[in-house]
Design a protein around this ligand. Structure first.
Ligand code: HEM
Length: 461
């Protein structure tokens, strides 16, 4: 290569570099700030700090990687909807492949489209209506197993309940025998999740099995075994019940090891996405109701008035309006999916800024949902924010607990219905009060969990 050509190449590259226009943000590497200014173990503190200091868009670097944090509906819409073709899921999501494999949350492009298309019929309105009876039956079973005056970890109860619901509705499987073991294995994996995300080359280290990762592999094998048992039993029965698992089996190519693994990935993804989120949403809702007796009273009176002592059903859900608003407000303050990330394939513009390919874009429901510009007095629990009039006045992309655009949650209608039915069924008989002195701290793992569980006293109504 001639010297002239080489020089012009260098000139072009440096011109391109200077053409980028980065938003304001940290001048030094983020780790320096993380340790000096915010608590490194909790990314929510970092986001809060960025937002308070730099506003709607902030930039920082982690090693050589550019990261921008967004908190404005226009930017959020740009990334999730308008320019969505330019983005794939970011590194921490891709890393969950160690557990989830290539399921709908982690897959991209044509694989993602095919998986979403295959699963879609299981989430049609009519199918969801058919799930209602199972949701109520499981909720009633939980309700009847509680005793007045006892103190329970409601977070664990909600996990077991929603795990059973997903197993029976989407996979036509009764997991009751295994549910505790399965939930415990998933719990143990989740508690290692942050550690795994931070570890360099964790994907490769898993094969060498150093101590922390050996435990991860052990728990994953346990979960896999349960999932494979379920798939095999389904295939052996030869009956197509039209469940999500049947749809997935029908869409998988051949009866080889690869399609078995792919089936496993899709099942495990749907399980995790479908139960842990709803369980956390419910735990936070019980907590918020317990802290806000006026709202709790309105909720109870709606349940009593609409149901008149009968169990709720698909038909009664539309009349449980206040209950739905309670859940909506809980999803605002404690969104189980508390942040989302994308990774840019190509250079892209965002407002007045111009950013390079391979930039990571982070968005946090937890931060945007608590922004006083969109939700005045943001820490106040007020289900009336979700009355039709208030909703109509609100700017779009300021409330997005289920994401937006082509990757929007496929289970959204399922989740609303399940949440409302479970809240109403349990509240017919019980009132839950936070055990005095029990510490509450949101822990942002894959989902936003109550760090110390949710210990509550069960009181008859
Ligand atoms: C309150 C409950 C739930 C919340 C807050 C929630 C939240 C979300 C969010 C924010 C996304 C988008 C992630 C992104 O774009 O990066 C998502 C995707 C997804 N959710 Fe949910 N979800 C809930 C319940 C469910 C349920 C019940 C199911 C299944 C039964 C489910 C299955 C999925 C799947 C498969 C995806 C990936 C969709 C795709 O990429 O095409 N979710 N969820």
């Amino acid at each position: 290569m001639s010297t002239a050509v080489r020089q012009s190449g260098v000139r072009e590259r440096s011109q391109k570099r200077t053409a980028y226009r980065f938003p304001p943000g940290f001048q030094r590497n983020v780790l320096w700030y993380a340790f000096r200014k915010v608590r490194p173990a909790n990314p929510i503190f970092l986001f809060q700090h960025l937002n308070q200091t730099y506003g709607d868009i902030a930039h920082y670097k982690l090693a050589h990687n550019h990261i921008v944090f967004l908190n404005h509906p226009d930017y959020i819409r740009e990334v999730l909807v308008v320019q969505n073709d330019n983005f794939i899921k970011e590194r921490t999501v891709r890393r969950t492949k160690m557990l989830l494999g290539e399921g709908m949350i982690t897959s991209e492009g044509s694989v993602h489209r095919a998986q979403r298309l295959a699963a879609q019929p299981a989430f049609h309105r009519q199918r969801i209506g058919e799930y209602a009876a199972i949701m109520v039956e499981e909720a009633a079973r939980t309700r009847d197993s509680w005793r007045g005056g006892e103190q329970r970890d409601i977070a664990a109860d909600m996990m077991h309940l929603t795990l059973n619901v997903v197993a029976r509705t989407l996979f036509a499987t009764d997991l009751r025998q295994e549910v505790s073991e399965l939930a415990a294995a998933i719990n143990r994996i989740m508690s290692r999740y942050n550690f795994l995300i931070m570890l360099p080359a964790a994907e490769w280290l898993v094969h060498l099995r150093p101590p922390g990762l050996a435990a991860f592999v052990r728990e994953r094998n346990r979960i896999d075994a349960a999932v494979y048992r379920m798939i095999d039993a389904h295939c052996r029965s030869g009956r197509d019940r039209g469940s999500l698992l049947d749809l997935m089996i029908a869409a998988s190519s051949a009866d080889d090891i690869r399609s078995r693994k792919s089936l496993r990935d899709q099942v495990i993804t749907m399980f995790l996405a479908g139960y842990e989120t709803v369980a956390n949403a419910l735990s936070w809702t019980w907590y918020l109701l317990s802290e806000n007796p006026d709202c709790e009273l309105k909720f109870h009176s709606e349940v009593d008035r609409v149901l008149q002592g009968d169990l709720p059903s698909f038909e009664t859900v539309p009349r449980l309006r206040y209950t739905e608003n309670v859940m909506a407000e809980s999803l605002r303050l404690y969104p189980p999916a508390w942040a989302m990330g994308r990774y840019a394939r190509n250079d892209f513009a965002l407002g007045e800024f111009f950013l390079p390919a391979r930039t990571t874009v982070l968005i946090s429901q937890f931060i945007t949902h608590r922004d006083p510009r969109y939700f005045p007095d943001p820490l106040r629990f007020d289900p009336n924010r979700f009355s039709p009039e208030s909703k109509a006045q609100r700017t779009k992309f300021t409330y997005f607990p289920f994401g937006a655009g082509v990757r929007q949650c496929i289970g959204e209608s399922f989740a609303w219905m399940e949440g409302v039915l479970i809240l109403a069924t349990l509240a017919q008989k019980w009132k839950l009060k936070l055990v005095p002195g029990h510490q509450i701290e949101p822990q942002p793992l894959i989902t936003l969990r109550p760090k110390y569980g949710m210990w509550m006293q069960v009181e008859p109504r």
